[in-house]
Design a protein around this ligand. Structure first.
Ligand code: NAD
Length: 334
């Protein structure tokens, strides 16, 4: 593709309002749980910002949405510091882009055998951290800005699939996604409409609004659920691959999504994407893409992170038309 002709002055003029717009949409989405635009609109403008900043690195600012994990914390909820930051995730929007990402990753790891990937569904909810001490749940928090999150321990205690006590005396943090099943979302919005309250834009925002409540009894009534998928200090679990980490979490009593798959070729990768792109409407919860993770946990550590995202995982996001269809279908079919 021919490189766009744009001068530094033109880029400067475009980038200021673009960044402000994205910051504003970020506030609506992360802090107010009430987005005014569809995700694909946000994603398109975000990609434009990435492009401009790549062309003119001197225009990158520390407060740019490309340099920070989205979201601040609600002032009314107590704060929690994440000793290991909770990061965002890079994304691609086509299978071709995903192949290109994999090729770059493989060539950066010259001495490594072909990379094995663990594929998972990208659950459309919000990140959740659960901390256990001697096997007992002592703290639950949101991602917030990645370093400071919100304490939602009392709320998490009301979510039925979160174990309060593990079968082993582990002192460890587990991370995953909190989500609202499609059926609960439709029911909740119908109730809100009947009561003259504003409805939630989508299950993700309904989950975020329900988990970040001051009154845990409200959370308890909202029928939230979780899928856990990450153990930052995996060595303490005695596992060496993401696949094993997921299985260990299942054995400990966490809810772990059953659809993960380890793949060894681009063909298997494309098949998985095809399968879940076709099946997504039939699932009882929303997904907005596929997450590809390097399966070897030591290799993950070797690849490390940027300021904002891990280098060992990437999200393949579903095309926008389907996104819109899914929301329409939830409303019509449930
Ligand atoms: P993200 O939500 O796109 O991806 C990262 C998150 O995916 C992780 O933090 C994790 O919580 C989640 N996830 C779900 N399943 C997972 C799995 N199996 N393994 C690992 N992680 C999993 O990134 P983000 O930084 O939270 O948000 C950026 C996205 O939010 C944008 O791409 C955009 O779509 C949306 N957004 C929309 C608006 C709007 O106005 N509509 C505004 C801001 C952001």
């Amino acid at each position: 593709m021919a490189e766009e002709q744009i001068t530094l002055a033109e880029a400067k003029k475009e980038i200021g309002p673009l960044r402000q717009q994205l910051i504003q949409w970020g506030k609506e989405y992360y802090e107010q749980d009430n987005p005014s635009v569809e995700d694909y609109v946000y994603d398109r403008q975000y990609q434009r910002l990435v492009e401009l900043e790549a062309r003119f690195p001197e225009l990158v600012t520390p407060d740019s949405p490309t340099q920070r994990v989205g979201g601040q914390t609600d002032t009314q909820l107590a704060k929690v510091t994440h000793d290991i930051p909770m990061l965002s995730m890079g994304d691609v929007f086509s299978v071709e882009e995903l192949h290109a990402f994999n090729e770059r990753q493989q060539s950066n790891l010259l001495d490594t055998a072909p990379i094995e990937y663990d594929l998972e569904l990208k659950i459309d909810g919000l990140s959740l951290s659960l901390v256990y001490e001697n096997g007992r749940l002592i703290q639950a928090s949101t991602r917030g800005n990645g370093v400071i999150g919100e304490d939602i321990t009392a709320n998490a205690m009301t979510i039925k699939d979160i174990p309060h006590q593990l079968p082993e005396p582990l002192s460890l943090e587990f991370r995953g996604e909190c989500y609202m099943p499609k059926e609960s979302f439709v029911k909740l919005n119908a109730e809100r409409e009947a009561n003259g309250q504003p409805v939630f834009a989508n299950p993700r925002n309904a989950a975020a609004g329900s988990l970040r409540q001051l009154d845990p009894q409200v959370t308890a009534r909202r029928n939230l659920a979780t899928f856990m998928y990450y153990v930052p200090e995996y060595e303490k679990l005695g596992v060496t691959t993401q696949e094993e980490a997921l299985q260990r979490m299942r054995d400990l009593g966490f809810n772990v999504n059953p659809h993960n798959q380890t793949v060894h070729s681009e063909k298997e990768l494309a098949e998985y994407i095809g399968e879940y792109t076709a099946q997504r409407d039939q699932l009882a919860y929303g997904i907005d893409g596929i997450v590809e993770k390097v399966n070897d946990l030591h290799l993950q550590t070797k690849l490390g992170n940027t300021v904002k995202v891990p280098r060992w995982e990437i999200a393949y996001k579903f095309p926008p038309e389907e996104q819109a269809t899914v929301v329409r279908e939830i409303v019509w079919t449930v």
